[in-house]
Design a protein around this ligand. Structure first.
Ligand code: SAM
Length: 257
């Protein structure tokens, strides 16, 4: 088959290190009948070992040439190729107990993680290769410099674990950054939940728009009795836990803000 020129606009950095590929597949540990969906299969580095361990694998690939190669390479009854932009994919159509995996295109990682939040109910787990720095933001705790909107929005929905780092040399072409693999498991229905997801996500976005300012200044046009909410008047967004944000969002909903 003709050599494929990596396309920068699709964030194409292909995994070439067999030991990294093996570690990712071991971390996923698929059983034959698991419903696995791979995002961005590219030149099949993960697709081959995954497909070998599964009765069926679904993949989502935006690059027309790569999608055509995949269709040629694998039998249609064992691999379904969805040629699509993953940001527009309705994962509800794949059913439930989904296991979503991928060495993700780094240029869309945040929008993609937010897109997937809406399908968390259908998901059993997610294993992703991402920029190490993005994973640090996902798992950061209140008070840490990496703690921000991504941490709060994802920690409200998933239990997340940074599994291992992957150096640039494991890819062709090598990215400029160090990568890492994260496991994300949706929290159960008994998790603390905001009364309004919309109010919660708007509050978090607004609170972190000026993270160094005191919250009472960032939210100055809302009447908030901080003592009643149980948050210090001088607190900054970076000090609030997920539970604090949920309480504050619920308070604002109750106030009709
Ligand atoms: N999985 C392969 C590997 O590990 O070698 C390729 C990983 S490469 C970092 C990212 C892959 O995602 C590429 O195949 C790229 O074409 C695909 N991709 C980029 N943007 C996408 C999008 N919006 N929707 C679906 N696939 C996308």
């Amino acid at each position: 088959m003709a050599v494929h020129q990596a396309r920068k606009r699709f964030g194409q950095n292909f995994l070439t290190d067999d030991s990294v590929i093996e570690s990712i597949v071991r971390a996923i540990d698929p059983a034959r009948t698991d419903r696995v969906i791979e995002i961005g299969p590219g030149l099949s580095a993960l697709t081959v070992p995954l497909q070998a361990r599964l009765d069926h694998l679904a993949v989502i690939e935006i690059d027309r040439d790569l999608a055509a190669r995949l269709r040629k390479r694998f039998p249609a009854d064992r691999l379904t190729v969805h040629e699509a932009d993953v940001l527009t994919v309705d994962f509800a159509e794949f059913g439930s107990e989904l296991r979503i995996v991928g060495n993700l295109p780094y240029n869309i990682s945040s929008p993609l993680l937010f897109h997937l939040v809406s399908f968390a109910e259908q998901v059993r787990d997610q294993h992703f290769m991402l920029q190490k720095e993005v994973i640090a933001r996902m798992v950061a705790r209140p008070g840490e410099s990496d703690y921000g909107r991504l941490s709060v929005m994802l920690q409200a929905r998933y239990d997340m674990r940074h599994l291992f780092d992957v150096p640039p040399e494991a890819f062709d072409p090598p990215p400029k950054v160090t990568s890492a693999v994260v496991r994300m498991v949706p929290l159960s229905a008994e998790r603390p939940q905001a009364k309004s997801e919309r109010a919660f996500s708007q509050l978090v976005a607004r609170a972190f728009s000026q993270r160094r300012k005191m919250l009472r200044r960032v939210l100055a046009d809302w009447q908030i009795d901080w003592a009643e909410v149980g948050i210090a008047e001088t607190a900054r967004a970076e000090a609030l836990s997920v539970a604090d944000f949920i309480r504050l969002a619920d308070y604002l909903v109750d106030q009709g803000v």
